[in-house]
Design a protein around this ligand. Sequence first.
Ligand code: PRP
Ligand code: URA
Length: 212
Amino acid sequence: MSFPKNVTVFDHPLINHKIAKLRDKNTTMKEFRELVEEITTLMGFESLKDIPTEKVIIETPLEKTEQTVVVSESVVVVPVLRAGLGMVNGIHNLLPTAKVGHIGLYRDEETLQPCEYYCKLPVGVENKTVIVLDPMLATGGSAVSAIDMLKKRGCKNIKQMSIIAAPIGVETLANAHPDIEIYLATVDRELNENGYILPGLGDAGDRLFGTK
Ligand code: PRP
Ligand code: URA
């Protein structure tokens, strides 16, 4: 499978090892939650490689030196409710000062179209690097909507991080928003007739929060 230049698929042995456990139907809710967080941290290391930095002067025990640091409060993470919530700590492990916005979307079970029910973003979000978090990119409808909502509110520098994607979802998102960076841990085979990713991991929200 080949994707546009703005799509990064990690396909990394350490991440794949954790995805194997994430897919397993016998993985407990606690393990599932921990795995989502760990995978997000591993992905975050690369996904955040171009966040804003600045130079500061540091005094070591021996001399003064110039050192690059991350610009304070330059990143906002936006989990798409519900399953995106499971990824927030994974980024906070790397960047504890990242502020958090929330977008509420659910897929209509019949039409698979995203329905918007919530949006609360930090003040000044339009000038930040915004990272949309959602473990599943299936039809791509939810991600396209979430990013539409962010752009409508003035956001310009947007990234999407998802753990498992379907090829059609990647294509739909990359076509709708060619200006964003898309980071995926892995891309699966296809969607089934109910819009679930195959082989996938089932319903990420239900597995994170024990709702089924
Ligand atoms: C899941 C998932 C994504 C969406 C992906 O959420 O977390 O947000 O489906 O599907 P799409 O790419 O086809 O839009 P869901 O709609 O099940 O909401 P929930 O987490 O609140 O259960
Ligand atoms: N949402 C999920 O949680 N899982 C899928 O496979 C597709 C959408």
